[in-house]
Design a binder for this molecule. Structure first.
Ligand SMILES: CC(C)=CCC/C(C)=C/CC/C(C)=C/C=C/C(C)=C/C=C/C=C(C)/C=C/C=C(C)/C=C/C=C(C)/C=C/CC(C)(C)O
Ligand SMILES: C[S@@+](CC[C@H](N)C(=O)[O-])C[C@H]1O[C@@H](n2cnc3c(N)ncnc32)[C@H](O)[C@@H]1O
Length: 392
């Protein structure tokens, strides 16, 4: 394709567009690239942009180094204390040369760090990941995402209703996108293992989310909270422990609520003040009697029409002055980098349902669902979870 005409400055372009076109014309000029790499004042910028470009090119290889360290048990081993290459090889079930290759790769990525005497320990990023079981569960789970992304254009061209590894994993996703009743609503036995598998992933990664929301929002000012799509209850348990006087409710598909019953039923601090509700939030009315409803990692799973339907159901279940708290990773989050549009954008595309939304997009949906006001609440790590509070 001949880019030259399209990079000509259009007559009616605004100042920003003219600057971007001029900038890109310069950046795509090989003579400018050679000159700026050679010139001492621009060389550091060229090196840093080249590193960034290389990371974009090589990201998959980096992620697979991390996956091998987690799957091979090396992160766990290094967390126990420094060790030599032979011990690492025995733990990972790899040969000595392969282990050395993997550990060197891990060290270059900050996952591991080499010590004098040929020993290895955790690197700074490895340490941050090791203490986060949710992130480690996601690293393992990414085998499904990467299978779907092996041919990204084929994925983007295909009908979104075509089965994928992720749509098979999240068994409610295809139903939401097609308007069908979700499997498990009738308590069909063959959906139970799938519901248990995605609920286990959600439970493993819930602590990092509830930590953000509990630090950002005062739950104790409410009388009763209903967690809609509450899974097996990890969020309800965390909030219940932080707000001991709060009455609690959880709503989810029957197969999932069975898991919540097993997990929370014997919790002496939670069970006496907990009500479990089974149903589909896209087909059944939500229970009333709660002044706070939470949607944690729920809305982004659904396309606009079902997401709006859910917001209307929440609005109908809340009393006058009631509150909705939305907690999920949001697109364009400050400090979130490419998490929203690149990671969740493609993840949810592969899943066949939903999209990451900007706070303003959620705000517009809240208004059209009948909420009178909404505002964003800042969290410590928007990369993990953003928050919006809306009032009836
Ligand atoms: C001590 C010295 C020398 C210096 C001090 C300097 C200092 C203060 C350093 C800070 C070190 C530090 C504490 C680092 C902390 C790092 C943290 C908090 C890292 C956190 C990482 C979190 C990650 C990687 C989270 C990943 C989450 C993912 C991938 C989530 C995926 C979720 C999915 C797929 C959800 C699916 C659900 C669905 C279907 C979309 O609804
Ligand atoms: C991504 S998970 C989030 C679980 C939990 N809120 C968390 O953050 O760990 C989505 C949850 O919504 C539930 N869900 C999906 N579609 C549903 C529907 N139509 N009715 C009720 N629950 C549904 C799923 O069963 C699952 O527990």
């Amino acid at each position: 394709m001949d880019m030259s005409n399209r990079l000509d400055l259009p007559q009616r372009a605004g100042l920003k567009e003219r600057w971007i076109i001029w900038r890109n014309r310069l950046l795509t000029n090989p003579r400018f690239q050679s000159w700026s790499a050679a010139f001492p004042l621009t060389r550091p910028i060229v090196r840093s942009r080249a590193r960034r470009a290389f990371d974009l090119v090589a990201g998959f290889a980096y992620a697979q180094v991390l996956a091998a360290c987690v799957e091979g048990g090396l992160l766990d081993l290094l967390a126990e204390g420094p060790c030599d290459t032979l011990t690492a090889a025995n733990r990972a079930g790899l040969g000595l040369a392969a282990t050395e290759r993997l550990l060197r790769a891990a060290a270059s990525l900050g996952i591991a760090e080499s010590l004098p005497g040929g020993r290895w320990t955790l690197g700074m990023d490895g340490a941050a990941l090791q203490c986060n079981p949710g992130a480690r569960a996601m690293i393992r789970h990414h085998a499904l995402l990467y299978a779907d992304l092996a041919d990204p254009l084929a994925l983007l061209r295909a009908d979104r209703k075509e089965p994928t590894a992720l749509s098979d994993f999240w068994t409610y996703a295809r139903a939401s996108a097609t308007g069908a009743v979700p499997p498990g609503k009738q308590g069909d036995a063959d959906n139970e293992p799938a519901a248990a598998a995605y609920s286990a992933l959600m439970a493993a990664s819930q602590a990092m989310v509830s930590e953000q929301l509990i630090a950002a929002y005062k739950f104790s000012k409410h009388k009763a909270m209903l967690d809609v799509g509450g899974g097996t209850g990890a969020f309800v348990r965390a909030v219940g422990n932080a707000a001991p006087a709060l009455r609690l409710g959880l709503f989810d598909l029957p197969d999932v609520v069975a898991g919540a019953e097993a997990s929370l039923g014997r919790d002496a601090l939670i069970a006496p003040r907990l009500a479990l509700h089974k149903g589909s939030f896209l087909h059944d009315p939500l229970p009333t009697g709660f002044d706070l409803i939470t949607l944690v990692r729920i809305l982004h799973d659904h396309d606009d029409e079902p997401a709006l339907r859910l917001l209307r159901a929440v609005r109908a279940a809340l009393p006058p002055g009631g509150t909705l708290l939305i907690g999920e990773p949001m697109a364009g989050a400050a400090g979130g980098g490419a998490m929203g549009d690149a990671y969740f954008g493609l993840y949810l595309w592969a899943m066949g349902s939903g999209r990451p939304r900007r706070p303003a997009e959620l705000g517009a949906m809240l208004r059209s669902a009948g909420f009178s006001s909404w505002h964003e609440v800042s969290t410590h790590l928007p990369l993990v979870c953003g928050a919006i509070v809306a009032r009836v």
